[in-house]
Design a protein. Structure first.
Length: 461
């Protein structure tokens, strides 16, 4: 169990004085850090729509520097006088009001953004890994300097989920936020399911299309989705949830066989991020955030989310069920979210004031994964003799786990047994599987997948 000493009182913006407006006509000076898949499109769209953006902001803007690691690669594409490989000097320059970070990584951008915030610059970042690891520190620096910290593009790229949680649903009680928040893995799983394409080929294509992270391990092992889950859970439950609090499993062990078996059962496999608020047997309220491959009925709206699209499903007390769908990766969609943040932060520079920040007042305990309610789908090869089912059922009964469905098929002289459980504690389900593996009646546990379940919320799937 991890709890956090939340000290985000100032993050409400209530304690901080309003940011002062710039002198009329004085342009908002912008530094763009990174000119890769996202940075290139941010710069292009800013140039293309400058007039419209300035109208929306209510004052002029000016890009005054573009930082990259290798200037040679960008000569010709970026005006020479803007190009620099010294991002640290750029972010602290007098003529910079707003720093846009689209580099990636954690340690170096953390130092850059803290230096920028400490120097009174507002910050826009698309960097979920950084925000999920250091949100408290960055929010505190923004509060202390009385400037903005925006990160809409950090979760689900073009889909405005951060703004939706920060502003639109700020008056509601959110019960859960779940969804597909990684474009690369959805692209791979969808192609494996619909065309039988290979995992390796689709990963390469996702990298070529600019969906994947610089190191795609972050995508396929679920780390990228876990960072996004941490951000979503923090915003939804007003509780700091960090990357390390998120249970994370990726898709690298999913085989063509798993996909075929899911299909046969009217299901598909998606990498889901699931953030929930729940009450444990002790009557206490917890939050949890997890990322893992999940079986989901083909009839559920999340099952039809294809290619690199993302979708986020929210359940709130008064609003009910909401679903947000759109482009979750790629240069243009991500640049759209970054530009929206630039407009917001620049507007506050022109007119004064600050955007609403995070507020972690609720400070709920973050549950260990073991106590989280989940459901299992277990596919086994068992010995075909009388009494096997009764014997194996006792493993579940001993732990008070009830089975929802049991299906048995003949399989080359043995039997294939597919068990679907009702909701139970993750640790009880996991230890049941360990017992099944040691039973002499079980020849092999072929696959164990968690099932997307609405048993804990409003309806049973
Ligand atoms: P890229 O790898 O395409 O681009 C990174 C850029 O950062 C490059 O221009 C690189 O310079 C520059 N850079 C690297 N190191 C330094 C340094 N030390 N100083 C200055 N510049 C540096 O990444 P993306 O554009 O794909 O991603 C950027 C960020 O946006 C990441 O945080 C990512 O997670 C996030 N994001 C990406 C999405 C996507 O679909 N791609 C979607 C949502 C968020 P150079 O070109 O010279 O090597
Ligand atoms: N690599 C990420 C993805 C980019 O595939 O979703 C968007 O955050």
């Amino acid at each position: 169990m991890s709890t956090h000493e939340n000290t985000a009182s100032a993050s409400t913006g209530a304690a901080a004085a309003a940011q002062k407006a710039k002198a009329p006509g004085d342009p908002v000076g912008i530094a763009i850090l990174g000119h890769g898949t996202v940075g290139r499109e941010v710069l292009r769209l800013m140039e293309q729509h400058r007039d419209a953006l300035e109208h929306r902001i209510g004052g002029p803007i000016e890009v005054r520097g573009v930082a990259v690691s290798d200037k040679e690669k960008h000569r010709g594409a970026v005006p020479e006088e803007l190009l620099t490989d010294d991002a640290m000097t750029l972010v602290q320059r007098e003529d910079i009001d707003l720093v846009v970070e689209v580099i990636g990584g954690i340690d170096y951008p953390r130092r850059l953004l803290l230096a920028a915030l400490n120097a009174g610059k507002s910050v826009v970042t698309a960097n979920k890994a950084l925000v999920a690891a250091h949100a408290d520190e960055l929010a505190a620096a923004a509060d202390a300097a009385n400037v903005d910290l925006y990160f809409e593009a950090a979760v689900a790229a073009a889909i405005p989920v951060v703004g939706m949680l920060r502003r639109s649903l700020a008056g509601d009680q959110i019960e859960s936020v779940s969804g597909i928040v990684n474009g690369t893995t959805n692209f791979i799983l969808d192609a494996m399911d619909s065309t039988g394409a290979s995992y390796d080929d689709m990963l390469k294509e996702a990298m070529d299309l600019g969906y994947a992270e610089a190191d795609p391990t972050a995508d396929v092992e679920g780390h990228d989705a876990a960072s996004k889950a941490a951000i979503l859970a923090s915003l939804a439950f007003h509780t700091r949830v960090n990357y390390d609090d998120v249970h994370c499993e990726g898709i690298s062990s999913i085989t063509a066989e798993d996909i075929a078996a899911a299909k046969l059962a009217g299901q598909t496999i998606k990498l889901l991020a699931i953030c929930e608020r729940f009450r444990d047997e002790d009557g206490k309220e917890y939050v949890s955030a997890r990322v893992h491959p999940t079986l989901i009925s083909r009839e559920h709206p999340l099952a039809s989310v294809d290619k690199s699209y993302n979708a986020v499903f929210v359940e709130a007390e008064a609003a009910g069920r909401l679903m947000f769908y759109g482009n979750g990766a790629g240069g243009d969609p991500t640049a759209s979210a970054v530009l929206g943040d630039i407009v917001g932060a620049a507007r506050n520079k022109v007119h004064g004031g600050r955007a609403p920040g995070e507020n972690t007042y609720a400070n709920l305990p973050v549950a260990d994964f073991g106590r989280v309610p989940t459901r299992y789908h277990i596919d086994m090869e068992v010995v075909d003799r009388v009494g096997v089912l009764a014997e194996l059922s006792t493993f579940f009964a001993q732990r008070g786990i009830s089975l929802k469905t049991v299906r048995q098929e003949e399989l080359n002289g043995h039997a294939r047994l597919i068990l679907v459980t009702h909701t139970a504690r993750e640790e009880d389900l996991a230890s049941c599987v360990e017992d099944l593996k040691t039973s002499e009646s079980v020849r092999a546990v072929k696959s164990v997948l968690r099932l997307y379940s609405e048993e804990n919320s409003q309806a049973e799937s």
